[in-house]
Design a protein around this ligand. Structure first.
Ligand SMILES: [Zn+2]
Length: 244
């Protein structure tokens, strides 16, 4: 440990009374004693500083709470408590409301009036263009984003017609061309558009109904929270609006 050469020291340094420094002391272990004394003093100062910091923290949080009470009663105005910001990043669960419109401005789907949609950010659970637009945003934010097919449901494939048994179509009892059905595939459930209906078989367009479409999403972020370990292990959000 370096010994101080001036009495005053620099601001923030500990001023050592010369009685401890014992300049005239030539006892072999004296340096060590001084160092120990210095350590103890530093410890006391450090502890005192920590206490002050804690008290300041406590004071500011108490002041905050008092402020809330005062504001609540002031003119009877409704009180808005600021939420601590938690920008959206990987492995956070995000709940949001959305409306999707096509190029003509027709709303094709909306979550409003129902439960908000929940997803685990950074796991590809929602279309890429939307996930990118949500990155770094905060709870309470509303915004619009227009997503091109390459970052939404992909481009339309020309050879996407397939003949499937009608009993494999999920979602209705009677099928007509233009209806959207669900089909279970090895890659999971997929949406298809019914093109032609026969007695036992139907021709379906396996392009996603939204394929090839540029979509505009109107988003409102309802909640952002840290995912629990089980959600991260599953790769999706649990609870209302999420998977199972
Ligand atoms: Zn799960």
């Amino acid at each position: 440990m370096a010994k101080k050469k001036t009495k005053q020291g620099k601001p923030g340094q500990i001023y050592f009374p010369s009685v401890f420094l014992g300049k005239a002391c030539f006892r072999p272990h004296c340096d060590q004693l001084i160092d120990q004394a210095e350590l103890i003093l530093k410890g006391i100062v450090l502890f005192a500083n920590l206490r002050i910091f804690q008290l300041l923290l406590l004071k500011s949080s108490t002041a905050g709470a008092t402020g809330v009470k005062a504001d609540a009663g002031y003119n009877g105005l409704p009180l808005t408590v600021a939420e601590s910001p938690m920008p959206i990043e990987k492995n956070q669960v995000v709940l949001f409301h959305y409306s999707v419109s096509d190029e003509q401005g027709n709303v094709v789907e909306s979550s409003r009036g129902g439960e908000p949609n929940a997803y685990l950010h950074g796991q590809g659970g929602i279309i890429r263009g939307l996930e990118e637009a949500l990155e770094g945003r905060d709870v309470g934010e509303s915004f619009s984003v227009t997503v091109t097919p390459d970052k939404a449901y992909g481009l339309r494939k020309a050879d996407a017609m397939q003949r499937v048994p009608i009993k494999h179509l999920i979602g209705a009892k009677r099928w007509k061309p233009g209806m959207i059905a669900q089909v279970k595939t090895e890659q999971g459930a997929r949406h298809v558009v019914v093109a032609k209906v026969g007695l036992k078989f139907a021709d379906v367009d396996t392009n996603h109904p939204m394929a090839g479409k540029t979509l505009t999403f109107d988003i409102e972020i309802i909640e952002v929270r840290t995912a629990d370990p089980e959600e991260i292990a599953h790769g999706h959000a649990h609870g209302p609006g999420g998977d199972h």
